[in-house]
Write a protein that binds this ligand. Structure first.
Ligand code: SF4
Length: 266
């Protein structure tokens, strides 16, 4: 489906939860967040219904995000249900990697194709500071498990806090090279101020060629990360919500004041 700017929308990013097992300083407040009510969170059947509708309208690429998608109970089953939808050519997931060594094999067998893992530094203390207590060893174990399970490619998403921090950049580049991983650098973004840039080594942030829409855990189809626009699938039905979102997709992202990375899915 084409939007008003002739961009072909083929990519649906689905945030399956606003919960996370980390508290990254650039994403969540230390005290945590007010979680969405359980009854507001879409069920697996509702998510699959939105996916099927999106595929019937031209989507062929789906990514699962969060919060942290691996904390959603039954996530492997959801992957299996989505992987069984005809027309999905690319099914991926973005994770902080903490639980990945436990699920990598099952996710692959359920139909997941590839995976992105958030890793902003290789320094264990700095990693613990950024994530407010995360254990980097678990992430490394997750990376190894993902490769062993045959998920490919395995990509690293590294948020760049300081463009001049060559040491962190080089250590991540060497690690990615040694481990045969693809590395993407994401300049720190701010929904409030509208600061974002094109993902280095990726396609995010390139408004001119933007091909994506998002589904929030509570059922809003968002045409753009940096906008307050959203249409609820429970109120409008999946088809009308998706078509309205594409119809009203902004030319470029500006700001978002009614959502957060942890409940839109970055
Ligand atoms: S800011 Fe909006 S239009 Fe631009 S790339 Fe991101 S989602 Fe697409």
């Amino acid at each position: 489906m084409l939007d008003r700017f002739n961009r072909n929308i083929t990519y649906l990013r689905i945030s399956v939860t606003d919960r996370c097992n980390l508290r990254c300083v650039y994403c969540m407040p230390a005290e945590g967040i007010e979680l969405m009510d359980h009854q507001d969170i879409l069920s697996f059947d509702e998510i699959v219904e939105v996916c099927k509708t999106a595929v019937s309208l031209g989507v062929n690429k789906v990514r699962l995000t969060g919060g942290e998608p691996l904390v959603r109970k039954g996530i492997v089953e959801l992957v299996r249900m989505i992987a069984n939808i005809d027309g999905i050519r690319d099914l991926s997931l973005t994770t902080n990697g903490i639980l990945l060594s436990k699920y990598a094999d099952e996710l692959k067998k359920a139909g997941l194709m590839r995976i992105n893992i958030s890793l902003d530094t290789l320094d264990p203390d700095e990693y613990s500071r950024i994530t407010r207590g995360g254990d980097i060893k678990k992430v490394i174990q997750g990376i190894v498990a993902a490769q062993k399970a045959g998920l490919y490619p395995v990509k690293l998403n590294a948020v760049v806090f300081d463009k001049n921090d060559e040491a962190t950049r080089e250590s991540l580049q060497m690690f990615a090279k040694d481990m045969n991983l693809e590395l993407r650098f994401i300049t720190q973004m701010s929904l409030e101020t509208g600061e974002f840039s094109v993902v280095e080594g990726g396609t995010g942030g390139d408004c001119k060629h933007c091909n994506r829409i998002r589904l929030t855990p509570d059922g809003y189809i968002k045409p753009c990360l940096f906008s307050n626009i959203g249409y609820n699938v429970r109120k409008l039905g999946a088809k009308e919500a998706i078509l309205k979102a594409v119809e009203n997709k902004p030319k470029v992202g500006v700001t978002c004041s009614n959502g957060n990375f942890y409940n839109i899915g970055g």
